[in-house]
Ligand binder design. Structure first.
Ligand SMILES: Nc1ncnc2c1ncn2[C@@H]1O[C@H](COP(=O)(O)OP(=O)(O)OP(=O)(O)O)[C@@H](O)[C@H]1O
Length: 703
């Protein structure tokens, strides 16, 4: 690894002293390579244990740095082999001035490592009170080790109880209900939905994974009907069922699809169909709300001693759940309650540390069902597990995971579906071929941008860019931001309209806003969402669609970036600022939008309540401290949302975040049209090849 000019090889080794190490960390913090928090940990440890080896202080700060990047721990062998790559230093856009970690850590030998970690006050290899834990070749901050252990133990207990759940199931009745609920099953092609439902009926813990439109919601609702029907036959009280999702947007989306799936339930001829339907909840809450989040505390009201009052819990978009939240969820779940996780294992992992869904599902593609599981599934579902998915050496965890493999949303001719599959499979040639054969896929478009000034980007974001799609784009055509802004201008009620009319208007604007979303891979630089937001705001201003003269203006779309329990807003909630009559909004007119048609108007930000009620919450802009403009969102922020037309802007150079999972997640945000906007630089193929790998030990705990 080359040394930087600022650190000639004669420079003193900073690892010879704590002061030297802390100075090195300071240089990295100053360069934007580490967070101040990472160095603060090293300082804290040094103050408490002055004799702690300098290398250990460095490792502690680097472990904290890894957590900040989504890893659960620091993988020591990877650090030894490739320090800069493992730590991703220097970071995207970071100053190059400081010495790279490899300068001091490349080829770090086992003896030096062992000596550094031999400090029992700070590092232990299991339960205890040390701030760090070393287990096998991984170094953890204790809090994350503790979460990983709690998740591992809770899932082990649930796996160990599988036989009891299975025996407790009325196999005959289950089979009858499955035949009714999945009428297409039992044929030549495997009905994975029926299998998933059977598996989940016989388990206390199941993960149902699948790409967009594979029927996760459909399947789980039928499962809930099955469970309620079996309960009705055996007991008086119906099961207490709750449904949750990690963000407000995801909860609202599940809510909408639950309503649709409930209506489609194949219950014709069932005597008490209405009672069964009524026993399925339609409300979906955020996981934080379910657990009873408290302002200014990371602790929840529901926990081990105060479990959730429920019998069945369904959690959607589980790939967005981080390690800590999953540990809290499992703590709060009564042992006799059933847990069903839904999600797409191939999507980006949670923003916070951990990749729980990915870890649980890392063998899902292959199935790995044992002869015992296969025989039991065949008996209760009438469905045979195909030979390719059987495995006499299948592990216990495999018997709790099921993957839906057929998309009902994206048919064989869907460009979005084909593109998502090709990207997910890492098949760059297939991706290229799709564009070459673009004319046969009217739902995907690729746009090469000449540079950061190319107005084609603005044109697409404002009007939708229908001309970039092959002829045959359906009558309606892909929308741009003009669509929701026109809905805002044209649909505005008269000033004396009742409150309900203003709520209806806000709802229609919010819905229209979901017709299009610009997505970016990175935050900074000419292709980052910060610059894109400015460009789009300027373009909409030039087009006369908004009057963006100050930070807040009618039509400004925002996304909440931090949970605000006082306002009832969750990270990821999206709203739009709207001008409403002062009397309607109440409160201080501090965000004056001026006078309109003689009546005084004020700005309020409209959010759709995430409880599925369709209610509109009107919030004073000045109360929204943690929001960002949302013309362009990072793919991370858009996870859990779906837009009719999504346009993904690639950067002009590779970045650590630009991975296959990011592309896949971006593409699958689109339901009807997807546009790929590429500046010069040609990073697409490299992005397809780059994987997101998150360090953690959960999968080894679950073997
Ligand atoms: N077995 C099936 N036969 C026919 N259509 C189906 C079947 N299963 C699901 N669908 C349809 O496919 C669409 C997607 O289903 P669903 O919403 O259940 O999928 P999902 O996996 O939950 O999707 P998402 O990607 O939104 O999470 C719906 O319109 C649904 O009616």
């Amino acid at each position: 690894m080359p040394e930087t000019a600022t650190h000639p090889s004669s420079a003193p080794d900073p690892l010879q002293s704590a002061a030297g190490t802390l100075a090195l960390l300071e240089a990295w913090v100053d360069g934007g390579w580490l967070r101040p928090l990472d160095r603060a940990l090293a300082v804290f440890l040094h103050q408490h244990v002055p004799q702690a080896p300098p290398l250990l202080l460095l490792l502690a700060a680097l472990t904290s740095h890894q957590v900040g990047r989504g890893h659960v721990c620091l993988e020591l062998p990877a650090l030894q082999a490739d320090p800069d790559g493992t730590l991703s230093l220097p970071p995207e856009g970071g100053a190059e001035g400081a010495a790279r970690p490899s300068r001091w850590l490349q080829g770090l030998d086992e003896a030096a490592l062992a000596a550094a970690l031999d400090c029992p006050e700070l590092v232990q290899d299991g339960p205890g009170s040390s701030p760090l834990v070393r287990q096998e070749q991984r170094l953890y901050l204790r809090r994350y080790w503790d979460c990983e252990v709690r998740i591992g133990q809770a899932l082990h207990r649930r796996m160990a109880a599988a036989a009891d759940w299975q025996q407790g199931l009325d196999g005959e009745a289950t089979r009858r209900w499955l035949e009714r609920l999945f009428p297409a099953g039992g044929g030549a092609a495997t009905d994975w939905q029926r299998l998933a439902c059977a598996l989940a009926a016989g388990r206390g813990f199941t993960v149902i994974t699948g790409g967009p439109g594979t029927g996760k919601t459909t399947t789980v609702l039928r499962l809930l009907v099955l469970l309620q029907a079996l309960q009705q036959a055996a007991a008086d009280a119906p099961l207490r069922i709750r449904m949750a999702a990690p963000t407000g947007k995801a909860a609202a989306r599940l809510n909408a699809s639950v309503a649709g799936a409930l209506a489609r339930l194949p219950l014709d001829g069932v005597a008490d169909a209405e009672a069964l339907r009524a026993a399925i909840p339609t409300e979906v809450v955020t996981v934080h709300r379910l657990l009873g989040a408290r302002p200014d505390s990371r602790h929840f009201r529901h926990r081990a001693g105060e479990p959730l009052p429920l019998d069945v819990l369904v959690v959607d978009e589980a790939s967005m759940i981080d390690l800590e939240l999953m540990a809290s969820l499992l703590d709060a779940l009564p042992p006799e309650a059933r847990l069903i996780l839904l999600g797409d294992k191939d999507q980006l992992a949670s923003v916070e540390a951990g990749a729980v869904m990915g870890e649980l599902c890392h063998r899902a593609d292959g199935g790995h069902y044992t002869p015992a599981t296969t025989a039991w599934l065949s008996e209760v579902s009438g469905e045979s597990v195909p030979a390719d998915y059987r495995d006499p050496a299948g592990r216990p965890l495999d018997q709790h995971i099921v993957m839906l493999r057929h998309s009902h949303r994206f048919g064989a001719d869907s460009g979005i579906g084909a593109l998502a599959r090709a990207v997910n499979g890492g098949d760059a040639a297939a991706v290229e071929a799709l564009w070459a054969a673009g004319a046969s896929h009217p739902d995907i478009a690729r746009l090469h941008l000449a540079g950061p000034e190319d107005p084609a980007l603005e044109a697409l974001a404002v009007a939708g860019g229908a001309d970039h799609f092959a002829a045959g784009a359906s009558g309606e055509g892909p929308r741009g931001y003009r669509y929701y802004l026109e809905a805002m201008h044209d649909g505005r009620p008269r000033d004396d309209a009742p409150r309900s009319a203003w709520d209806d208007w806000a709802r229609s604007v919010l819905q229209a806003q979901g017709a299009f979303q610009l997505l970016g891979a990175v935050r900074r630089g000419p292709w980052g969402v910060e610059a894109l937001n400015q460009r789009i705001a300027a373009a909409l201003r030039d087009a006369g669609l908004v009057r963006a003269t100050s930070a807040w203006y009618a039509g400004r779309p925002v996304i909440v970036t931090r949970n605000d329990y006082d306002l009832g807003l969750i990270n990821g909630d999206m709203g739009v600022a709207l001008a409403v009559p002062e009397g309607l909004a109440g409160g201080a007119p501090s965000d004056d939008a001026g006078r309109r048609d003689g009546a005084r108007t004020v700005l309020r930000v409209a959010f759709l309540a995430s409880d599925g009620s369709g209610r509109i919450r009107w919030v004073l802009p000045s109360r929204l401290e943690q929001v960002e403009t949302a013309y362009a969102l990072t793919v991370h922020k858009a996870q859990g949302s779906e837009f009719r037309h999504a346009a993904l802007v690639l950067p002009d150079r590779v970045a650590p975040v630009l991975t296959r999972e990011l592309l896949y997640t971006g593409i699958t945000r689109a339901s009807d049209w997807f546009s790929l906007l590429e500046p010069p630089g040609g990073v697409l193929v490299r992005a397809i090849r780059q994987r997101t790998l998150r360090s953690g030990g959960l999968r080894t705990r679950l073997v």
